[in-house]
Design a protein around this ligand. Structure first.
Ligand code: MG
Length: 274
């Protein structure tokens, strides 16, 4: 009788299993050590980077105030940074009490400067006594890039969407007719509202084809409403969007021309990004 009390075949089987287990056990520590075996054991310093050092930017007194590296596009005093979109003559909107108000007969206005990628802060207000409905209720817009006359370009819609039904890809916070806002954080007419925008301009090949599309991230009254949205082209009132080659472009504010009371803007600044 064998000491184990098991048949020979079973003893052989156990023997193989134990041999395999022993091999695995012996190999495991080797496997675990294989990655660092090429060099020294990893150290915390290996993943710590010291250059380039980010530039110091002094923030504003509040998060709405322009930081030290911002270009102030409207400081409440004048329209020195703006021209008429129609003919590049001095902008004809109204400046009073630190506020810029749409002059419908003055047409759209745009910045004298042109931009590629940037961070933009702009505040806007629908008049408390606003009238009208749908798209004819406080309609304006921030064109993140103005590529021509009229409404040519890429419009971030401005509208009274506090309690005003319209197509959802045309309400405040939409990329007009392309992207429905992720939420509706509108304040009541008469209250100031904010847009903070990260704009990544489209890049074109020499033949006019799109190398990389435009992207927009929009925070509306502190709420994310567009999250790195990839635009399909310029925002159009009629038809499907498409891209047209451009290099640098002004930022444009819309005088929509409907019968609503005009809306106002204040505290507009931009930080160029490269
Ligand atoms: Mg509009």
């Amino acid at each position: 009788m064998r000491a184990s009390g098991f048949p020979i075949a079973m003893n052989i089987h156990f023997s193989k299993v134990f041999t395999l287990a022993a091999l695995v056990a012996a190999t495991l520590p080797l496997c675990a050590q294989q990655a660092p075996a090429a060099g020294a054991a990893p150290k915390h310093e290996d993943t710590e980077i010291y250059e380039p050092v980010p530039p110091v930017v002094t923030p504003g007194a509040t998060d709405a105030a322009p930081p030290s590296d911002a270009i102030v596009l409207f400081n409440g005093k004048n329209l020195d940074e703006w021209v008429s979109n129609r003919d590049k003559s001095p902008a004809k909107w109204t400046v009073a009490d630190g506020v810029l108000t749409v002059n419908k007969t003055g047409g759209n206005i745009e910045t004298k400067r042109t931009f590629k990628n940037y961070q933009l802060h702009v505040e806007w207000k629908i008049p408390e006594n606003i009238t009208g409905t749908d798209q004819a209720r406080g309609n304006s817009g921030v064109f993140l890039a103005s590529t021509g006359g009229g409404d040519a370009g890429y419009e971030l819609q401005v509208l009274d969407s506090y309690n005003n039904k319209t197509y959802v890809n045309g309400q405040a916070g939409s990329i007009y007719k392309q992207a429905i806002p992720l939420a509706n954080p509108n304040r009541k007419p008469g209250e100031w509202q904010t847009y903070d925008v990260i704009w990544t301009a489209p890049v074109f090949n020499a033949d006019g084809s799109v190398k990389t599309p435009a992207y927009a991230t929009v925070i509306f009254n502190g709420v994310l409403v567009q999250n790195h949205f990839e635009l399909k082209g310029e925002t159009l009132y009629v038809g499907q969007p498409f891209y047209k080659k451009y290099d640098r472009a002004p930022i444009k504010l819309q005088a929509h021309g409907d019968r609503s009371e005009p809306i106002s803007f204040r505290n507009i600044w931009v930080r160029e990004l490269n």
